[in-house]
Design a protein around this ligand. Sequence first.
Ligand SMILES: [Fe+2]
Length: 394
Amino acid sequence: MPHYHRLGTLPRKHHLRFPRDPAASHLGEGLHYEHVITTEGFDRAYAIVYHLKPPTRVKRVERYREFRLTAAGPTPLRHHHLKSAGLARAGDPYTGRVPLMFNADIGCYRCRPATAMAADYDFYRNGRSDDVIFVWSGGGWLESQYGRLRYRQDDYLVIPRGTIYRLVPDDIAREDYLILESTHPVRIPARYLHAEGQIRLGAPYSERDFHGPTETLVVDREGDFAVLTKDGGRYTRNILASHPHDVVGWDGYLYPFTFNANDFEPITGTVHLPPPIHQTFEINGFVICTFAPRYLDHHPDAIKVPWAHDNTEADEVLFYVRGQFGSRKGVEPGSFTLHPQGIPHGPHPGTTVKSFGHTRTEELAVMFDTQYPLELTEPALAMDDPAYPLSWLD
Ligand SMILES: [Fe+2]
């Protein structure tokens, strides 16, 4: 919810008659259909969209599949290094998501789709979670009832729950995502906003760095339109009687948007500053941070890698996008490290002294820190380096 956005044609006020063009085909009752969309009740962010047909015209409802997240067998409390770059391409961007770790607030998936969409549905909707798709590689268009939105490499593509969408990649062979399914809405941190709700001067980004849909999609078509709806572990196929992307206009604070990791303005100091300076999004139960290319701490005696620290309050996960990560040895693009709460972690041997001569880092990484412990899945353990917990020995 970066800021107020409007697109297309709207009536002058909420909840007034909004007649359709009398020359239009399938005129129906001669009105547009107002649709209020919220994700946290009527007191919080909302959008109002205006359809050609009511969004409630369902022809059939079919059970599609069950896919519950399950934890791998008991593992000791230890650090993990998962190498995901070589994951085989499979499935589509919706059911081809490979779960790696989860708790009640977040599901973390890698997805290297082989096809743009399976044959037995036309659209996807996550009915219970917001999708945060970090585009590790690829680009294309997101199509939804809010219109068309361009996405590109290194974008966080944030899609509120309930959005009926599909990705239209430029080249499916290049698509590669980190996907975080969030039980709670994805927000700009409150400390970045001033009392009027604008992003403060001095925050690591501004409203100009957030991009909403740029053109409406107004498809006036009757037929059978299959929407695969996920809610938790249950997938349902809803066959709608008209094309869901029939919105002539909308406005509000709730819509899919992109924020590119390279637009994050890093904040640095003379000595090392803690991870909150990298915070990008605020969510109940976890935060998302961006480690963007930046100048390093510039005190002449500065140690330019973090301290060892006890993260007793959070599970820390880093996804290494590209570049050399100064405090780590052995990680590669596509690696995850999970440093769980309760035990300390810190720079690898040799990286502290090596950092003295560095003035910049070109690393790019996405971090999410969770309040409650994460469970690892079987696919995650299949990528796990069992030697990693011992990698701090000289
Ligand atoms: Fe850490």
